[in-house]
Design a protein around this ligand. Structure first.
Ligand code: UD1
Length: 430
């Protein structure tokens, strides 16, 4: 397995272009199953997760062609016919988001057999809300031997669905299924994350009638068929926030381009409170810290527009060097503070109790061998390594490759002392 070695202490100076959003791209790819015509996705990130989903879609009958267009990497997906409605345990276990093919398969062909994803390192992560939404749309759902058998022989029917929790995945899944249902669907207490808007925009470009995405109430007027379209994947807000934090941690000045600041405003506000300079511009933002002391801040993760859970780990890395005590509460996932013991290996002073971490800033971190448990935890260790004295070796970096395109290249281009050490063997998904 590959490892990443970082020699800390180098200030970052330069520009980092932000890629298309992983979390959006994989749902948009699943949307391509809804039509026999071609969906062209531009600004596509090239990641282990998108490659993996491409392979799964091919097994279901999708032609997947990757190319580089005028505006960077793009993927053309065309499914003239669904040749299989089956997603095996092995596939869904390796990438949870594979589960999202269930709704589109059901909507297009009236049946699907998809493995339940099971738990993962950041928590139990059930899919009960996804299944309830599909049942509300008229699907018959049976669970046998770890598989979801879903059937809607006479098609799905619009329904009113009130989510008990504003789940990102369940809202997207309901949208993906309801666009081809007969009649109107009303989703209330929906997730409001910007990825909802990206998915709705793409579906609408394909002929769907979705309104209200990005608010808690989404209205979908079902249509009988969708057609091909071209859609640009939104910029990755988590990648944006992560590199902003990397620049703050290492010090220096980094301009993040091809992105936006508004969709991570809650985190930017906390960075500013911590004493980091953030200058928004048309095409992104500049992050600057020239020797200023970092101040400890308190925050808790929340659904959008609150502080994103995916930026909690990297922000904790920054707080390890802040002046004072920072209190960080994780409210979205029950087991998402597993990076704390690894940060402690680098010399951080962190006490975890339940879903809360108390981080007392230390004067410096010291490089060590560390191991990442999931994607966002891995990148928090890289960020810590940028400021640690000596060498930090991050093991099990396959997690990073799932969600960050050319991470070490992007950071090295700004002066970070970071390199990949090639190993062999593949890992499994978190
Ligand atoms: C998505 C993102 C992930 C992000 C998360 C929250 C993708 C591929 N992943 O994950 O990066 O951290 O949103 O912003 O887009 N839950 C249930 N039952 C369900 C569904 C969810 O109990 O049926 C619970 C989960 O266990 C979790 C919480 O709801 O505790 C949030 O999950 P959800 O918003 O669905 O996140 P994901 O879609 O899994």
């Amino acid at each position: 397995m590959d490892r990443i070695a970082i020699t800390g202490g180098a200030r970052l100076q330069g520009e980092i272009p932000i890629s298309g959003a992983k979390n959006s791209a994989i749902k948009l790819m699943a949307a391509s199953l809804l039509t026999e015509e071609a969906l062209r996705l531009t600004n596509m990130p090239r990641l282990a997760d998108t490659r993996f989903l491409g392979k799964l879609l091919q097994r279901l009958g999708t032609e997947v062609v990757e190319s580089v267009g005028e505006d960077g990497p793009e993927t053309l997906l065309r499914t003239p016919e669904i040749t299989s409605g089956f997603a095996s345990y092995d596939l869904v276990r390796q990438m949870r988001a594979s589960f999202n093919v269930l709704g589109p398969l059901l909507a297009r062909t009236g049946q699907a057999k998809v493995s339940l994803p099971g738990g993962c390192t950041i928590g139990a992560r059930p899919v009960d809300l996804h299944l309830k939404a599909l049942e509300a749309l008229g699907a018959r759902i049976d669970l046998h031997e770890g598989y979801v058998y879903a059937q809607a022989p006479r098609g799905l029917k619009g329904a009113a669905i009130d989510f008990p929790f504003a789940s990102v995945g369940a809202t997207e899944h309901a949208m993906l299924a309801a666009v081809l249902a007969q009649g109107e669907t009303l989703l209330t207490n929906s997730a409001c994350e910007p990825e909802m808007i990206d998915l709705a925009d793409c579906l609408n470009a394909m002929g769907a009638k979705v309104s209200g995405a990005g608010t808690s109430t989404i209205r979908i007027q079902g249509v009988s068929r969708l057609h091909g379209a071209t859609h640009a994947v939104m910029p990755d807000r988590i990648e944006t926030g992560t590199y902003a934090l990397a620049a703050a941690m290492a010090g220096g000045e980094v301009r993040l381009t091809r992105t936006r600041t508004d969709f991570i405003q809650a985190m930017i506000d906390k960075m500013v409170e911590a004493g980091v300079e953030v200058i928004p511009h048309n095409d992104g933002l500049t992050v600057r810290r020239n020797g200023a002391l970092l101040k400890a801040v308190e925050f808790e993760t929340a659904v959008y527009p609150g502080f994103p859970t995916d930026l909690q780990a990297p922000f904790m890395a920054l707080m390890t060097l802040a002046d004072g005590e920072s209190v960080i509460r994780e409210t979205i996932f029950e087991n998402r503070l597993m990076h704390a013991p690894e940060l402690r290996r680098l010399g951080a002073d962190i006490i975890v109790q339940g879903g809360e971490a108390r981080v007392r800033g230390v004067a410096s971190l010291e490089g060590a061998q560390v191991m990442a448990t999931d994607l966002r935890a891995s990148v928090c260790l890289v960020i810590a390594g940028l400021a640690a004295r000596g060498e930090t070796m991050v093991n099990r970096v396959y997690h990073l490759d799932r969600g960050f395109e050319r991470l070490e290249e992007k950071l090295a281009a700004c002066g970070a002392q970071i390199r990949r050490i090639k190993g062999d063997g593949e890992g499994e998904e978190d």
